[in-house]
Design a protein around this ligand. Structure first.
Ligand code: GSH
Length: 217
């Protein structure tokens, strides 16, 4: 039985994007199940797959993994032939720190600038807290690139789960036109030029659903 990944709207669901882009970039096959957000039936529909009523969830036979970061770890465990995390122990530890920080932080950026793959680039008046989040993210990326990035254009050289965890931030910095450093912009372009990114973007473009609270920003 194959893997099933339950996600929400590609336009808006940042937590869904992380395991999706990871699995897609590594060529891990899965069946995609999309449950659109903000509809009367959304909660019940998600609860059929995920005990939290939240997505993403990965279903492997009778096992459900219901959190984005846990799914990244499960993919790493299941496909050791892929360097889901960097092979070097120190790089891997730093990549996991960066992923954990993404998972637990940057509330101001997340609230002020919801992910939106169909937004036409337009700046917002970033709050001081959002600016601080952006500065910290740029610092994480610059440190990873400078210390571990010699083998390629991604955070730890080759594409890894750290890039997947930050993918929605790449969208946010782009579509809200954050004033970032040239090297940050270069990394964003690297992500946006991947085939996996383009497939997610195409999926978002094709979706019929529109949620006002994510659009009126
Ligand atoms: N910590 C969870 C967060 C998951 C989450 O908040 N998912 C949102 C969508 S991005 C959701 O399912 N919301 C359900 C709803 O709004 O009805 C993870 O990392 O997977």
């Amino acid at each position: 039985m194959g893997l099933k990944l339950v996600i929400a709207n590609k336009a808006y669901s940042s937590w869904s994007m992380r395991p999706w882009i990871l699995m897609t970039a590594f060529g891990v096959a899965f069946e995609e199940i999309v449950v659109p957000l903000a509809r009367e039936e959304t909660r019940d529909d998600i609860l059929r797959y995920s005990p939290t009523g939240k997505v993403p969830a990965l279903i492997d036979g009778d096992t459900t993994i219901w959190d984005s970061l846990a799914i990244c770890e499960y993919v790493a465990d299941s496909f050791p032939q892929h360097a889901v995390w960097p092979r070097d122990k120190r790089a891997r530890a730093v990549a996991r720190s960066a992923a954990a920080e993404m998972h637990s932080s940057f509330q101001a950026l997340r609230v002020q600038c919801p992910m939106n793959f169909r937004r036409v680039r337009k700046p917002v008046d970033f709050t001081p807290d959002t600016r601080a989040d952006i500065a910290r993210i740029e610092e994480i990326w610059a440190h990873a690139r400078a210390t571990f990035g010699a083998g390629g254009p991604f955070l730890f050289g080759a594409f890894s789960a750290a890039d997947a965890m930050y993918a929605p931030v790449v969208n946010r910095l782009d579509v809200y036109d954050a004033p970032v450093a040239a090297q940050t912009r270069a990394y964003m372009r690297t992500m946006q030029e991947t085939q996996a990114w383009k497939s997610w973007q195409a999926g978002a473009n094709a979706e019929p659903w529109r949620i006002d609270k994510y659009e009126n920003v």
